[in-house]
Write a protein that binds this ligand. Structure first.
Ligand code: SAH
Length: 357
């Protein structure tokens, strides 16, 4: 972004940064130094870059914007230690990120947009529409800020917070490049998951990038008719087209697809729904992740009962589908995407009671 005429320095690749540094008459190794301060040491300002001269740091401050998110709220789950962060961006907008501790390492869930325009009927992120895209540096900074605040290394990143990542494609790709760059935090591509509501042309484009990231498809229904009722995007792309795009992704990358399926009582959780889902999943190299739907106050969806979820899972397993039930992390802290931001914007009593717990 060039809003005030200054380039966003944390969104530049190392080679772009080298060009910048050379154009300022500095030796190219300065680029590596700055890059390391930003992407390895995770500093929050030019001031902290102590191996650069004061004059050069001031020059950089005049020429470049230095994105640094500010934590507005942090909530910790008493149930499982999950932490939810509400970050303020420089323009006053807020986004949420979640930190989850697992046996195999720490996982961070980040937002890709401020709001969302996809309109899924069970999702809180879309209630206020789309405000704007996040820049690559704003996506990175969610990971960086959380690394600093927790003092622990992040091993997995999932792009499953607020927003539709494939609706912000160019910035997403730049973000992925920087996040996995060997000169930066160097998070393995295999430890990154991007979740989409199913924008078919973008899924195909992503396949052609031949990254080793996991693509998760938010399916939530196994027939077009049902899916259209839950997700407006289903009116643009049929399940048939989605399955072809998934097969194409697997063909290009060799990466197994994940289907996400949120179970909503009386809507998509019968054994017949499970059989239809199994029929789709059987044709692909995929894994099904069942998510007990997280109730959103503004919507009247109810979570499927535990025995229904188990029965749904059993049908899939009988059909040799690889399936897991997502552990609900941070239920007590509004874990579902977009809820914290939405309440923050609503203000008032509701927000107060959450923020003080
Ligand atoms: N826009 C992307 C990523 C963000 S949502 C996508 O659609 O995939 C991450 C996942 O959470 C998606 O599968 C989404 O459908 C699901 N989700 C959203 N609201 C939910 C809720 N209230 N309960 C359970 N899952 C929800």
């Amino acid at each position: 972004m060039m809003e005030d005429g200054r380039r966003d320095i944390k969104s530049l690749t190392l080679s772009e940064l080298k060009e910048e540094v050379l154009s300022l008459g500095e030796p190219s190794f300065r680029a590596k130094q700055i890059y390391e301060w930003m992407h390895v040491k995770l500093v929050r300002s030019f001031k902290e870059m102590t191996n650069l001269s004061k004059a050069f740091r001031e020059e950089c401050g005049k020429r470049y914007r230095f994105t640094a998110l500010f934590p507005v709220r942090v909530q910790e789950s008493v149930l499982d230690g999950t932490k939810k962060f509400l970050f303020a961006l420089e323009d006053g907008n807020v986004v949420e990120s979640v930190w989850m501790k697992y046996k195999h390492g720490n996982s961070v869930c980040i937002s890709s947009q401020v709001g969302c325009r996809m309109g899924c009927s069970f999702c809180a992120s879309t209630l206020d529409g789309l405000e704007r895209n996040l820049t690559p540096s704003e996506m990175l900074d969610q990971v960086y800020a959380i690394t600093r605040l927790t003092g622990e290394r992040v091993s997995n990143v999932v792009v499953m917070g607020i927003g539709e990542p494939l609706d912000n494609y160019e910035n997403l790709l730049r973000f992925l490049g920087l996040l996995t760059d060997e000169n930066g935090l160097h998070i393995s591509q295999r430890s990154v998951t991007v979740s989409t509501c199913g924008i078919v042309p973008r899924m195909r484009q992503l396949a052609q990038e031949r990254l080793q990231i996991t693509l998760a498809l938010s399916l939530h229904a196994a027939t077009d008719e049902k899916r259209k009722r839950l997700m407006p995007v289903a009116k643009s792309y049929s399940i048939g087209e989605l399955m072809e795009a998934c097969a194409y992704y697997f063909q290009y990358t060799g990466r197994r697809i994940t289907f996400e399926y949120s179970l909503i009582e009386g809507v998509n959780d019968t054994d017949q729904d499970a059989r239809e889902l199994a029929a789709l999943a059987r044709k692909l190299c995929c894994h099904v992740n069942l998510i007990p739907v997280n109730p959103v106050k503004e919507r009247d969806f109810v979570q499927s009962r535990a025995d229904r979820i188990q029965s749904f899972k059993n049908v899939l397993e009988k059909n040799q589908i690889n399936v897991t039930i997502r552990r609900e992390m941070g239920r007590d802290i509004d874990g579902a995407c977009g809820q914290l931001r939405h309440r923050h914007m609503e203000g008032g009593q509701d927000a107060e009671s959450i923020f003080h717990n």
